[in-house]
Ligand binder design. Structure first.
Ligand code: GAL
Length: 415
């Protein structure tokens, strides 16, 4: 009897202790499409399994521009969320403001330095201390294709830009929209970066879009890139302006369009629609980029918080994000690959396995490059200015290639 009562007391005090430690984590993200939302749910479930509560702060808008605007106003008013989806050099910009929390203890306990490739770990650190935690590695230089549409058109899935335009002609002749595109500036920019990589190669890409070298931005190669980029537009449909990226993916899923140039979050849409890679859809490197990899690493910056229980919850979230269980379930839904080294890939499909192999191989051959369109390559100010110039060119009927080149080079000087 006594033992039973004592047991009950212990159990009750454990519940109290758990409740006392339970905190709330408010998480800002822009994962609202089908595949993205499933991945975000996995994050929520992981946190809740630790006894904490999740406050969803989703701001719709592919690429995250709207989310970043909202985040700025929240932080300025002294009301930062616990975690926010922030990537690449922007992490340094936020850390410089002094608003990010030091996660060194979580990182040390969980051996992040050993589990992350140094190229990734360095992005997450400010002055040697972790201020963010990565969730995945997205590859941006993909081409998605509908095999039925290609069969109907008698077209071959392209491996270079000549083949791309040959396939586009055939798709068009068969009454299929060749290229599914969403006319939003970040999507125009995503297409541009794949064209730049495919036409110019990795050395050109690095000089032009990472180092922002003026001479390279005004070179012969840049002329070719811009000409090819604009030619892609002629194979998009008239309803493209303003279209969300996932609606463009849906056009490929339905076979209404033949191909889409988009990062592998698009795969999350195919998967969430019950489609099988290699059967219902094809993933292949964007034309001319098979030996290169534009990486886009999603990460969460952790903001300084006052409430102790919430700090504990925030640290639990950071630790959970790097766990193999979370990395698996999240990335299976998101279309990306785990960022953690040595992760078991047996449950992943061939697109992910290819991506995983290429991520490792391209790191060795120096053809692993940061995505400029997804905030990995340059400061947010330069990125925004170049993105606008590229998108203006895409949308203008009057701007010449030479004028576009000048505008882009001028935008690249933005500090
Ligand atoms: C990217 C982000 C991806 C995906 C995509 C579309 O910038 O890294 O995770 O969400 O935007 O929204």
């Amino acid at each position: 009897m006594f033992a039973l009562r004592a047991g009950a007391v212990v159990a009750a005090s454990m519940v109290t202790a758990l409740a006392a430690q339970a905190g709330e984590v408010e998480v800002l993200h822009w994962w609202t499409s089908g595949g993205e939302a499933k991945a975000a749910k996995a994050l929520q479930a992981t946190l809740q399994a630790k006894g904490h509560s999740w406050k969803d702060f989703a701001v719709a808008g592919g690429g995250g521009d709207s989310a970043m605007t909202v985040l700025k106003s929240r932080v300025v008013s002294g009301n930062a969320p616990a975690a926010a989806q922030i990537k690449g050099p922007s992490l340094q910009e936020w850390a410089q403001e002094g608003v990010l929390a030091d996660m060194s203890d979580v990182a040390a306990t969980n051996q992040w330095d050993k589990l992350l490739p140094p190229v990734v770990g360095n992005i997450m650190k400010y002055k040697g201390k972790y201020v963010a935690v990565p969730v995945n590695v997205h590859r941006v230089n993909w081409l998605w294709a509908n095999p039925e549409a290609f069969k109907k058109a008698g077209a071959k899935v392209p491996t270079n830009w000549d083949e791309f335009f040959a396939a586009a002609e055939k798709l068009k002749a068969a009454g299929i929209i060749p290229v599914a595109h969403g006319g939003q500036n970040w999507q125009d920019f995503t297409t541009f970066e794949s064209v730049a990589l495919g036409v110019g190669g990795t050395e050109f890409y690095k000089k032009a879009l990472v180092q922002l070298d003026q001479a390279t931005l005004k070179s012969e190669t840049m002329t070719k890139v811009l000409t090819t980029f604009k030619r892609v537009k002629s194979y998009t449909d008239k309803n493209a302006p303003g279209r969300d990226w996932n609606l463009a993916t849906a056009m490929v899923i339905r076979g209404e369009a033949g191909m889409q140039l988009m990062g592998d979050w698009a795969k999350g849409e195919f998967i969430s629609a019950g489609k099988k890679p290699g059967v219902d859809f094809i993933c292949t490197a964007a034309p001319g980029t098979a030996k290169a990899f534009t990486f886009n690493i999603d990460s969460f910056a952790l903001f300084k918080l006052k409430n102790e229980a919430n700090v504990k919850a925030q640290k639990d979230l950071a630790a959970a994000i790097m766990s193999p269980e979370f990395q698996e379930v999240f990335n299976l839904n998101k279309g990306s690959i785990p960022v953690r080294l040595g992760q078991d890939m047996s449950k992943f499909d061939d697109c992910a396995k290819q991506s995983s192999k290429d991520f490792v191989d391209t790191a060795k051959t120096n053809t692993l490059v940061p995505s400029i369109a997804h905030g990995m390559a340059v400061s947010s100010a330069a990125e925004g200015a170049i993105k606008d110039a590229v998108s203006n060119f895409w949308n203008s009927d009057k701007m010449t290639v030479a004028q576009a080149m000048d505008k882009i080079a001028a935008a690249a000087r933005t500090k």
